[in-house]
Design a binder for this molecule. Structure first.
Ligand code: G6P
Length: 368
């Protein structure tokens, strides 16, 4: 029962632990062994995906971070240009709309005022169609969009979004694969990623098993006022989301940067009082990230590295490595989100803040 914390101390922890199941539920009936079932995304999906030449994603908060990850996927796998913008900015500026642009809103609640206002504005602006990725059936967003992909996260009670985010990512990846099929994505590549999706619930469960180790690491953040999160590529939005979680529930100032920007400013802030968290699976960007890590270390910054075994990074003084099970590079943003959720949760518990109802924040911002 979603209104019951069950064995968990907080809704947030319960919802973090629900992720293997709700990720599975979000894929259910939408994939075979090797393909995405396009018709499961809506009866009109096929003809729409044939037409789409651009994607404009709009969202707020955590949902915006899901959109940022999707941009990397859409451009890499479907070869379609994609822009992502927070709704509160989009709705108040002039924009140039390319022909056959799909307007894609992402919202857990489907009731966020800025997102709905952007959608209503888009209706008359000449977009090809409006697609919603949403967790609440019957919400305003669902009712007002042409096409909907529901996430199956179930009710999310904790103000800090967790399972809604990872299920949004799954829905966005399904969408990207379907769009890719209309735009030259090979059957082999699709099958490879669908196989990775099938492995995902198990890998997410493995990431949850790191809970004890993460609780241990969280002690280092308890008395800190600032922190920095670094990532590259599609892991940059994961770093943004990790920083957002930490500031939302532990009230520690947390900033996220694309790792390559470190030397263009934030490095000036790094000292022993500013823990630096990096999310670095073993992919082609890792070597570059490693040199960023050395820059941080050289300035006395304490590093917390979330990486897989292939990264060949060892625990050493000032560098704490948390080994994440090896995952497909495309699904890595989903798996790496979980340890960051757990980190912010444990820091908040240590600090004694109100984890489920952080001060000044609302679950759904229905007024401007
Ligand atoms: C609020 C919530 C966030 C959420 C954001 C967008 O700020 O506290 O957790 O990400 O709204 O909400 P939505 O329902 O549109 O995803």
């Amino acid at each position: 029962d979603s209104a019951d914390k069950g064995e968990y101390r907080h809704f947030m922890l319960k919802e973090i632990h629900e992720q293997p199941r709700v990720i599975q539920a979000t894929m259910e009936g939408r994939i075979t062994d090797s393909r995405v079932l396009e018709q499961a995304l809506g009866t009109e999906a096929g003809s729409l995906l044939d037409d789409v030449r651009h994607v404009q994603i709009i969202a707020c908060g955590t949902s915006y971070h899901a959109g940022m990850v999707a941009r990397y996927w859409i451009e890499e796998l479907a070869g379609i240009p994609c822009s992502v913008e927070v709704a509160s900015e989009f709705r108040y500026r002039h924009h140039v709309i390319q022909p056959d642009t799909l307007f894609l809103c992402i919202s857990q609640s489907g009731e966020t005022a800025d997102t709905l206002a952007a959608l209503r504005q888009a209706k008359d602006a000449g977009f090809r169609a409006a697609l919603a990725i949403c967790n609440v059936p019957g919400s305003s967003l669902v009712r007002e969009s042409d096409l909907v992909i529901m996430t199956q996260a179930g009710p999310e009670i904790g103000v800090a979004s967790t399972k809604a985010f990872t299920t949004q990512l799954v829905a966005l990846l399904l969408f990207t694969l379907a769009l890719g099929r209309h735009n030259g994505l090979s059957e082999k590549r699709e099958a490879d990623i669908v196989a990775a999706l099938h492995r995902l619930p198990g890998q997410v469960a493995d990431a949850l098993a790191l809970d004890g180790k993460i609780a241990e690491l969280s002690k280092a953040f308890m008395d800190k006022n600032h922190s920095l999160f670094l990532g590259r590529g599609a892991m940059f939005p994961v770093a943004l989301e990790g920083a957002l979680k930490l500031k939302e529930i532990s009230y520690i100032h947390a900033e996220a940067y694309p790792a390559g920007e470190l030397k263009h400013g934030p490095l000036a802030l790094v000292d022993s009082e500013m823990p630096v968290v990096t999310v670095a699976p073993n992919d082609e960007l890792l070597e570059k990230l490693k040199s960023n890590l050395e820059e941080v270390r050289a300035r006395g910054g304490e590093l917390f590295v979330f990486a897989d075994g292939g990264a060949e990074l060892q625990d050493q003084p000032g560098i704490h490595v948390l080994q994440i099970p090896e995952v497909h590079p495309i699904t890595a943003p989903i798996v790496y989100t979980l340890p960051l959720q757990l980190l912010s949760y444990h820091v908040a518990v240590l600090k004694g803040t109100d984890v489920d109802q952080p001060r000044n924040l609302a679950k759904s911002v229905t007024v401007e």
